[in-house]
Structure formats: C-alpha cells, structure tokens
Design a protein around this ligand. Structure first.
Ligand code: NAD
Length: 475
C-alpha cells in the first residue's frame, strides 16, 4: 500500500468539503480532497440544489407562460422534449462541477477519487473504485460526507416505481400520477417540477402542516398556490401499506386525508421524508470520533469532533442540512485549524424553499418564539401593498419581521413571494449587524423593487410605512 502525507485531508467534496479544501489551500496549507466523483460538487451540484433549481426555473417558465393569459398573452400548450431538458440540466451541472475541478487544480489541491475510512486518529485508508488502496496520514482531517435520503421500510429501495430525490431528478419519464410522501423542502420543490411538466401530483404529509420549520402565515400563501397546481395536498395523513403494480403502486392511507385518496393508484411515488447524516464506512470509531443520538457527528462550536485533530462540517455535523450552512461550517473549521478567527459564534443561517412562491426565513420564527415562550413584537407588510409586486401580478407575498421588544433588535425575518430567497440576504446582513427596524428603515431601497418590502415592514414597525397604514405603537 502506498503512503502519502498531507496537512489537511478533506473527506467529501460537496459545498462543505470543497469550501474547506479551497480555504485551507488559499491559506497555504497542503490539502488532499477525497471523493468518489470525477469533480468536486457533492449532492448539491450533482443531485440536489443545482439540478433541482434548473428544473424549478423551467417549471416557473411554464406556469408563468400560462399565467400570462390573464394579461392578454396566450402561449400554446408547452411541447416538452424530455431528453433535451435532461441534457440542459446535465449541461448546467457539468459546467459547474468542471469549473470546481479547475478551481481545485489552480489551488494545487491533490484530489483522490476514492472512499476514505479512518485507520486511526492521524491516518486514512483511501480505496478507489479500481486499483490499490493507499494510506494517507494527516495533521488535520475535515469530514464533510453530507447526508443521504431517509428511507421508510414500507417502500422497497431500488424499485423503479419508488423514487427518492436522486431518481426524481434523473428525469427519466414524466409520470401521469405521482404520490409525494412528505411535504417538506424536497416534496414541495420536486412536486412543483413534476406538476409543471404535467403530472398529477398528490402530497401526503404526516404533520398537520407543510414545511414544519416555517411560520404558518408564510406557508399559507404557498399552500394556496400549490393547491391550484397539485391534484391534492393531504395533511395529517400517512401511507400505511402499498401494493406494487406492473407500472405503478396502490397505497392505503390513514389520517385526515385517507378517505379522499382511498383506492387510488399512482404511477410513481417520491419518498421525501428527510435526510440522514452519512457516516457509514468511515470507521469513525478507529479515530475516536463519536456520534450523537440522531447519528450526527458530535462537534463543538468550532466544528471540532471528539478527536482533537478531526473536524466535521455540513449535513454530517447536524441540522440544518443546507449547503450554505456547510460552507459556513467549513470556514469555522479551517479558521480553527489555522488558530485564528474561530470564535465559535454560530451565524444566522437562512432557509429558502424554492417553490413558487418562494418561502424564506432567518433567525427566530414566530412559531419558535411562541413554543419557547420568548416575548417578541412582530410587523408584517403584505405584498398587496407593494407597487413592484402589482407590476409582476404577484401580490401573493408577505414580508414579516420579529423584533426583541426590549432592545428593538431584529430577531428574525420571514418572506414569502417570488424572489424571497434573494431578498432574505438583506435580512441576514441586518441581523448580523445587530440592526433595528429603524436602521433598516433609514436605508434607501431602490424603487420600484420587492426589496422595498423590507424597508416597509421595518417602517411599519415604527408606524410610518408609506404604503401600509399601521398606527404607531404606544410606548
Ligand atoms: P424535510 O425534513 O424538509 O421534510 C420531510 C417531511 O416529511 C416533513 O414535513 C415530515 O413531517 C414528513 N414526513 C416524515 N415521515 C413521513 C411519513 N411517513 N409520511 C408522510 N410524511 C412524512 O425533508 P426533505 O424534504 O426530505 O429534505 C431533506 C433536507 O434536505 C431538508 O431538511 C433540507 O435541509 C434539505 N433540502 C434543502 C433544500 C433547499 O435549501 N431549498 C431543498 C431540498 C432539500
């Protein structure tokens, strides 16, 4: 077995892993990045964020073309060339992963297409698909192996009728009917894609509401939009058994929506019930790295594991399982290795669901405040009062702010509406800067834009919003 040595070994080349590898290399360290794929990218680029957002862009185009009828513009029924669409999605993904490959080469990072397992706290065994294993010793290692779709025993894995997000994104066919199990990020995003492509989509969600982490008043707008586009959304409902048919599945349900879909069959089923941290095969026990009760690698505020020289970032190191959280973790871990910066301060991590309308939030939600009995004040600005939203024909939005009644600092912001994912970035900046609504209200926002909804909601808290009347609060 050949031996080599590196300063930093990074296992997994997704947004957490490649961000860590690039930053460590930019700081002059010798870096080895390990992943079985041809180029860096991980789940996000190969079978997650990027392909799904390419397809969501297409679905938005299809639905917007249909909506244009209300403005006097009629297009024909879309003619979908599935093979061309698949090629376009792959073209986007390949362009991005190849770009990362070039950035990695420019930084002189050593890349091994292999799987890694710990031999001890200072060494890894790298096993390629073909060829000999090699031993790599390191000063520091960063585990960034991400997560994989959660499975439900009811649904046989690998069956062509049962999809997880990877199979749904493969875009092999457009089923006539699709049962989506789980009304979270993936179920609603990919459900939207297939509904736009012409599939009759039924969502069953075990909880009494969609998107458990988001505030109800935001989700309400999305649910209304999806109710028009989906065949059915059944809350408080679960699948109790399934029967595989030649080219489909019949299912039995229990809960509130069970009667509505009794005896229905579906050509395909998409199971989207969460993701699980990916630690299998890493032999973490050889390195003294331990897991918490949920199977995440246990880390401290610096992303350091229970082994002093080993760090873990991204999905494998805990919720939220979001690419930008992984990239932020990567910065914390590398700064800790460099012995600089890493204060351990956790940042505000925004969440965005790329449906239509988009739902985005950051910091404290009103629901969480209520559950934890945290006293808050709130302000809301309905997009029905936004000129820009009117010009887009999209008054189906809301911007809200959650404020600390004592300090007047902004504790959270929630937005629903087209482009909410872009708008939330301003809220993140304001919160990181410790801004109050008055600070945001003093910032000049370009007119006419949806960004003004952030200024208006801030002004509305102070009782001075121009386009929305909300009397000043009594002190
Ligand atoms: P999720 O946690 O967002 O949603 C899963 C949903 O399934 C939940 O609402 C849950 O109540 C429901 N559920 C669980 N068991 C069920 C059952 N037996 N029957 C019916 N419903 C059931 O998980 P996801 O949609 O699979 O996505 C996984 C993770 O991937 C997300 O949490 C997110 O972190 C990440 N992700 C993010 C984005 C984005 O940033 N836009 C997009 C996709 C995925």
């Amino acid at each position: 077995m050949t031996d080599s040595k590196t300063q930093v070994a990074v296992i997994g080349a997704g947004p957490g892993g490649y961000a860590a590898a690039f930053l460590a290399a930019d700081n002059g360290m010798a870096v080895t990045l390990i992943d079985p794929a041809e180029n860096p990218g991980g789940t996000c680029l190969y079978r997650g964020c990027m392909p799904s957002k390419s397809l969501l862009h297409v679905s938005r185009l299809i639905t917007e073309a249909a909506e244009a009828r209300a403005w006097g513009i009629s297009f024909g029924v879309p003619d979908i060339d599935l093979s061309a669409l698949r090629q376009w999605k792959t073209h986007v993904t390949n362009g991005l992963t190849q770009g990362l490959g070039r950035l990695m080469a420019q930084r002189k990072i050593t890349y091994h297409r292999a799987s890694a397992a710990f031999a001890d706290p200072t060494a890894l065994i790298l096993t390629p698909d073909t060829g000999q294993s090699r031993r790599l010793t390191f000063d520091h290692a960063i585990v960034a192996t991400g997560s994989s779709p959660a499975v439900l025993p009811l649904f046989p894995e690998g069956d062509f009728r049962i999809w997880n997000s990877t199979q749904a994104l493969a875009l092999e066919m457009i089923p006539e009917t699709l049962l989506v199990v789980g009304g979270g990020y993936i179920g609603l995003e990919l459900g939207s894609v297939y509904a736009a492509l012409g599939t009759q989509v039924t969502v069953v969600e075990a909880l009494p509401h969609l998107l458990a982490g988001a505030d109800r008043d935001l989700v309400r707008f999305l649910q209304k939009g999806l109710t028009d586009r989906f065949e059915a959304i059944l809350l408080d409902t679960t699948v109790t058994s399934i029967k595989l048919q030649e080219d489909g599945v019949t299912a039995e349900f229990s809960g509130a929506g069970a009667e509505t879909i009794a005896n229905k069959s579906f050509q395909r089923v998409l199971v989207a019930v969460g993701r699980r941290p990916h630690t299998a095969g890493l032999a973490l026990e050889n390195a003294g790295v331990t897991l918490d009760q949920k199977g995440f690698i246990r880390v401290n505020d610096q992303c350091r594991t229970t082994a002093d020289t080993i760090f873990a970032v991204g999905d494998v190191a805990g919720d939220p399982m979001l690419a930008h959280k992984a990239a932020h973790d990567a910065r914390i871990a590398v700064e800790a290795i460099l012995g600089k910066g890493a204060t351990g301060k956790r940042a505000f991590i925004p969440a965005v669901v790329f449906t239509d309308p988009e739902v985005a939030w950051v910091g404290l939600t009103e629901t969480e405040a209520r559950e934890k009995k945290i006293s808050v004040e709130t302000a809301r600005f309905p997009w029905a009062a936004s000129g820009r939203a009117a010009t887009l024909g999209r008054s189906d939005g809301l911007t809200k702010m959650i404020i600390d009644p004592a300090t007047k600092h902004i504790l959270g912001v929630g937005i629903v509406g087209p482009g909410a994912g872009e708008l939330i970035a301003e809220a993140v900046l304001a919160m990181e800067m410790g801004a109050t609504p008055t600070d945001v209200g003093h910032c000049v926002h370009p007119h006419p834009t949806l960004s003004e909804t952030l200024k208006e909601v801030a002004d509305s808290f102070d009782g001075i919003a121009t386009h929305y009347y909300r009397p000043k609060r009594k002190p």
